[in-house]
Design a protein around this ligand. Structure first.
Ligand code: IPE
Ligand code: IPE
Ligand code: MG
Length: 248
């Protein structure tokens, strides 16, 4: 029974934390106010994941396309990241959370990069929950950087080009060392992936909700997990095949 219960908890959840701007607008406040409220929602959801026994949580905090936003919003977001790292890392560490950042980190200023590296080092020994924050991340970038590593390995003579298959390329994708992505959540009502985890989401269950990210709380997370538990994951097989496998 315990195993059957565990199977209903997604091992790895990804979230497109969308809707901060609209949440702030509804309150006649600047967009940065919404981003700040979004940070609190993330804290709630991390606690929820710890409570539910989720192994990995990957959140989209800043996309490679978000640089196109007005400069003051980008600046406010960068400040928020630094503040959040300063304030939250200790508590995350106490909860046994291991932090990592995924994306092209070279674009960030040295202060922020240093904070990120400190957070990674500080929490490296933890394993209760893997929290991956995607910053300057794009799903296409991820495929490209993996392809580049594959090409370099071929150039070094470690592999032949015809040995590069899905499994091998998959090793070079971000998050390859973590459990497969089971549940992909997007808040804020938009029905799109926005260049998030394209490769990793190939067989994830997709869950879209109109709830704006700052309003997404532990009850909302529970709702998404319950919906996930009701889904039949067939991976190309028939429903009958899946039922036989589940009963053996
Ligand atoms: C998501 O909220 C947060 C980031 C992209 C950093 P938005 O800022 O996109 O909020 P909406 O979509 O405008 O409401
Ligand atoms: C996706 O949200 C990126 C993050 C949540 C960080 P956006 O609000 O930028 O997505 P689009 O542009 O509306 O698709
Ligand atoms: Mg948005």
């Amino acid at each position: 029974m315990a195993d059957a219960d565990a199977a209903r908890i997604p091992r790895h959840i990804a979230i497109v934390m969308d809707g901060n701007g609209r949440w702030a607008k509804a309150r006649h406040r600047p967009r940065s106010f919404g981003h700040n409220a979004g940070r609190k929602a993330l804290r709630e959801v991390v606690e929820g994941c710890l409570r539910e026994g989720v192994q990995a949580l990957t959140v989209f905090a800043f996309s490679s396309e978000n640089w196109q936003r007005p400069q003051d919003e980008v600046g406010a977001l960068m400040e928020l990241f630094v503040r959040a790292l300063d304030k939250e890392v200790d508590e995350l560490h106490q909860h046994g959370v291991r932090m990592r950042f995924v994306g092209d980190l070279g674009a960030f200023d040295p202060t922020l990069r240093q904070r990120m590296n400190q957070a990674i080092a500080h929490t490296a020994g933890n394993d209760k929950l893997h929290l991956n924050v995607a910053v300057n991340y794009g799903g296409r970038w991820d495929v490209v950087q993996a392809a580049r590593k594959a090409a370099e390995a071929v150039a070094r003579g470690e592999f032949r080009a015809d040995e590069i298959d899905e499994q091998l390329l998959g090793h070079w994708m971000s998050l390859a060392e973590l459990p497969p992505l089971d549940l992909f959540i997007r808040t804020g009502g938009e029905l799109r992936i926005s260049n998030f985890l394209l490769w990793q989401a190939a067989y994830a269950e997709l869950y879209f909700t109109d709830t704006l990210w700052p309003d997404f709380d532990q009850a909302c997370l529970r709702g998404a997990i319950e919906e996930y538990a009701r889904r039949e994951r067939r991976f190309g097989r028939t429903g009958e095949q899946v039922a036989v496998k589940a009963s053996t």
